[in-house]
Design a protein around this ligand. Structure first.
Ligand SMILES: [Zn+2]
Length: 291
């Protein structure tokens, strides 16, 4: 089976061909040109599909909230204008005649990790991606849990500080305003008056002032994980996002989490995501293979 897998993000549309053993070949990308609008993005995806011969299935991982049954965008922010309501699956299937599966990017990455990566063989796990915000996905009994309207696992807006800092969602005190990579960058700027990006911060851990900020931020990560571990009792927490490649972070998270949890929950391990940028495409390709 030949599957063409897409990963549609706010800045790039990545794609690759996937064989029956889930090896990705012919990886490529084009700029999303999000300002042209959601409908145009899918037209360009269709144009790419038409350049490939003998494709059996299409898998699409995309930004935005997705109804994975109808393959439609149920909500997208203005980062891709006019994307809400775009019927991706219907457009692709009508234009190309090839069956398509569509899933949200965080869920696609979690499926990639579940089948091929850090959570392989773990039926019950949660996945969090730390970046500008915090995304999440939940696996129960080997299946992605989507909730009543395909929006479960929005861990970034789980409140960890009642009445705390303003969040982009309109709420206050959300987990991502304290524990995302952006929150760390803000914290360092506040405490040291230095504008540093994540990479510069981790290259400066020998500076006690910077290290104190990182340690404070790790405590914020752990507070949220502790609540989630009590709710889901996962065997594994898969942590994604560039910052998680720092061993110091995952080691500290595991240490502090173990210290804080009640004994019966301490089997949980926080592991970094293994599939990197390919997780989304592989997850989408896997879903397409199951059609
Ligand atoms: Zn929020």
């Amino acid at each position: 089976m030949r599957i063409l897998a897409f990963d549609i993000g706010g800045t790039e549309i990545k794609y690759a061909l996937c064989d029956e053993n889930f090896n990705l070949t012919q990886s490529s990308s084009i700029p999303t040109n999000a300002h042209e609008g959601g409908r145009r993005i899918i037209e360009r995806v269709v144009e790419i599909i038409k350049t490939f011969d003998n494709v059996d299935r299409i898998g699409v991982s995309t930004a935005g909230q997705v109804n994975s049954v109808t393959g439609e965008i149920i909500f997208a922010t203005d980062s891709i204008p006019g994307y809400t309501g775009v019927k991706i699956k219907e457009i692709i299937e009508t234009e190309t005649g090839i069956p398509a599966a569509v899933e949200n990017d965080v869920n696609s990455a979690a499926i990639g990790e579940a089948i091929f990566g850090a959570a392989k063989g773990c039926p019950d796990f949660i996945c969090l991606t730390y970046g500008t915000g915090i995304g999440g996905a939940i696996f129960i009994n080997g299946k992605l849990f989507t909730g009543s309207s395909f929006s479960a696992g929005e861990f970034g807006h789980f409140v960890t500080h009642a009445g705390g800092k303003d969040c982009t969602c309109g709420g206050k005190g959300c987990y991502e305003t304290y524990a995302s990579t952006s929150a760390l960058v803000r914290l360092v700027a506040e405490k040291t008056s230095q504008q540093m990006n994540g990479r510069e911060i981790f290259a400066s851990l020998d500076n006690p002032q910077i290290k104190a900020c990182v340690d404070e931020w790790i405590d914020e990560i752990v507070v949220g994980l502790k609540g989630l571990v009590y709710i889901f009792n996962p065997s594994v927490v898969v942590a994604g996002g560039g910052v998680m490649s720092q061993e110091y972070i995952t080691d500290e998270i595991n240490k502090r989490l173990q210290d804080e949890l009640m004994q019966s929950f301490r089997k949980v391990r926080v592991v970094k995501a293994l599939m990197g940028n390919d997780a989304n495409k592989l997850g989408a390709a896997y879903l397409a293979s199951q059609l």
